[in-house]
Design a protein around this ligand. Structure first.
Ligand code: 13P
Length: 246
């Protein structure tokens, strides 16, 4: 299976910075064979769509509304994403769960709304430090993924899963390859019970992935790529991660 390296720019970027970053990524990824995406703030969809034209770089969003259209001020629909060539939408990022009170059920609805427009949801799951220390890691990630499986039925094979331990995000404290692999194996087993396609579904790791640790994480049997925050904002670092995924 091809690996997927997806950058999550979060609320970073500017017209000038994006121009330099995307041009460098497009140029530098020419030799790679893995799948590459950048999930950018919505106002930059059109800019990045133009910058990536003719390359294999895919465009992603960082969220999507669960609603199709209507009186939902500030929301962006999956159909709107599609008009700008968006291929992926992150849903259920821990920053959305934490700062916007997104529940498991809402995340599942968002995944459904993306799939209905042919957009691949990158569904994030992950435990907090307190949950890990209480021995609840498996319960938490299984509960989060179960909601999405329940709401999406056989379409579940079309999603990408991202394991992002909350304590590893933006902290420089990465999960060890063993810690990550252990959770990825749990998620794979859960997918196996849900779909015969479980083996070709990508499960990404996210949380302080960088140029130095990417290769060992990506060498784990159930780690099929990365969801990269900080390091995706620096072309050289992001390209090293892409090179590590081949
Ligand atoms: P960092 O790579 O900055 O830790 O962020 C990870 C993340 O949240 C990607 O979605």
């Amino acid at each position: 299976m091809k690996k997927l390296i997806a950058g999550n720019w979060k609320m970073n970027g500017s017209l000038a910075a994006n121009d330099a970053l995307v041009r460098a990524v497009v140029k530098g990824m020419a030799e790679s064979t893995c799948q590459v995406a950048v999930c950018v703030p919505a106002p930059y969809f059109e800019q990045v769509q133009m910058l990536k034209a003719g390359s294999r770089l895919e465009l992603g969003a960082q969220d999507v509304s669960q609603h199709a259209e209507g009186a939902y001020t500030g929301e962006v629909s999956a159909a709107m994403l599609r008009e700008f060539g968006v291929r992926y939408a992150i849903v259920g990022h821990s920053e959305r769960r934490q700062y916007h009170a997104e529940t498991d059920a809402l995340v599942a609805e968002k995944a459904k709304a993306a799939l209905a427009q042919g957009i691949t949801p990158i569904v994030c799951v992950g435990e907090t430090l307190a949950e890990r220390e209480a021995g609840k890691t498996e319960d938490v990630v299984k509960r989060q993924l179960a909601a999405v499986i329940h709401a999406n039925g056989h379409c579940i094979s079309e999603i990408v899963v991202a394991y992002e331990p909350v304590w590893a995000i933006g902290t420089g404290r990465t999960a060890t390859p063993d810690q990550a692999q252990q959770v990825h194996a749990v998620l794979r087993a859960q997918l196996k019970a849900a779909t015969p396609q479980f083996d070709r579904m990508q499960i990404l790791y996210g949380g302080s992935m960088n140029a130095g640790n990417a290769a060992t994480l990506l060498a784990c049997p159930d780690i099929d790529g990365g969801l990269v925050g900080g390091a995706s904002l620096k072309a050289a670092d992001f390209l090293q991660i892409i090179a590590a995924a081949r």
